[in-house]
Design a binder for this molecule. Structure first.
Ligand code: CP
Ligand code: NVA
Length: 329
């Protein structure tokens, strides 16, 4: 498998075999790291990490993974560069492409990361856009496979805002890898019909299925994975909270949802999660709407079925695989 020189912008661009290859490579890196075997053969290489939105996991994963591989990193924070303000994406890409061996970009529209990739001349990795979060998908699939031992034929149900980066990306990866995907949410939060149609094509080849339902009992019954994400994403206006809380509260992941899925089900969340009042936004929402949790209850988040921290760790191993494979192993 040769992914050298490839961009990593959305999993739509990757075949099922290529996706599995990256998950296998991540698993191998993880094993080696646990045994203390260094893989630092990328010495002399450098990567740029552009973040126009904030991050804990993605930034740390890129930095730790790059350092493990022997590479240098430069972090460009949301306010600390000329990007988009004094310098166009195309110009930025041509500058950074001459200095770095790969560029990570987290920001707003997918067209920005696509333009960066068009001009950079080195691999560009999508660290989250409004539309997609492909590195998160590899971590999620590694976590599911580590737990169940397989992926094909599993059933994943996504609850909440299914028309944004997480819902879109999960539907794509499930459709590609033969996992039955259900978006269980209010109709106005279903993924777009265009993307559903595209994923139905992938599903034909893989044996997956795509279901969109507003019925919580039916949508979560016998699911292997119950997945959710924040109800309001980075960059969305504050005013949408009220409407989101109203529309999505019936799709909160509760102990009843997990019970309906069954004992074997696991809970995943890309994080950060609003499951208690220990955050500034959590407290603010409590003051405004008197709710103590949002997309998931604290009970589920802290339960044995929740693998969210294993999932977060896997961000690092999978991002390492993406950088190594595309820079060239
Ligand atoms: N899951 C995820 O992307 O987390 P960060 O926003 O902390 O990077
Ligand atoms: N949907 C969330 C994902 C964060 C990892 C956001 O875009 O803010």
């Amino acid at each position: 498998m040769d992914l050298k020189g490839r961009n990593f912008l959305t999993l739509k661009d990757f075949t099922p075999d290529e996706i599995i290859y990256l998950i296998d490579l991540a698993e191998d890196f993880k094993k080696k790291k646990k045994k203390g075997i260094a893989v630092d053969t990328f010495r002399g290489k450098n990567v740029a990490l552009i973040f126009e939105k904030t991050s804990t996991r993605t930034r740390c994963s890129f930095e730790v993974a790059a350092h493990d591989l022997g590479m240098g990193t430069t972090y460009l924070e949301p306010t600390g560069s000329q990007i988009g303000k004094k310098e166009s994406i195309a110009d930025t890409a041509r500058v950074l492409g001459r200095m770095f061996d790969g560029i990570e970009y987290r920001g707003y529209g997918q067209e920005i990361v696509e333009e960066l990739a068009q001009y950079a001349g080195v691999p560009v990795w999508n660290g989250l856009t409004n539309e997609y979060h492909p590195t998160q998908m590899l971590a999620d699939m590694l976590t599911v496979r580590e737990h169940f031992g397989d992926l094909t034929g599993r059933k994943l149900t996504y609850m909440g805002d299914a028309r944004y980066n997480m819902g879109n990306s999960l539907m794509i990866v499930c459709a590609k890898l033969g996992i039955h995907f259900t978006a269980c949410t209010a109709k106005e939060y279903f993924p777009s019909q265009d993307l559903v149609s595209e994923c139905e094509e992938y599903a034909k080849a893989s044996g997956a299925s795509i279901t969109l339902t507003e019925d919580v009992k039916e949508g979560t019954k016998n699911a292997d994975v119950i997945y959710t994400d924040v109800w309001v994403s980075m960059g969305e206006p504050d005013e949408v909270w009220e409407q989101r809380i109203k529309a999505l509260t019936p799709y909160k992941v509760t102990a009843d949802v997990m019970k309906n899925a069954g004992d074997k089900a696991i809970f995943l969340h890309c994080l950060p999660a609003f499951h208690d009042l220990n955050t500034k936004i959590g407290k603010d929402i409590y003051d405004r709407f008197s709710i103590k949790d949002m997309e998931v209850t604290d009970e589920v988040f802290e339960s044995e079925q929740s693998l969210v921290f294993e999932e977060a760790e896997n961000r690092m191993h999978t991002i390492k695989a993406v950088m190594a494979a595309t820079i060239g192993i």
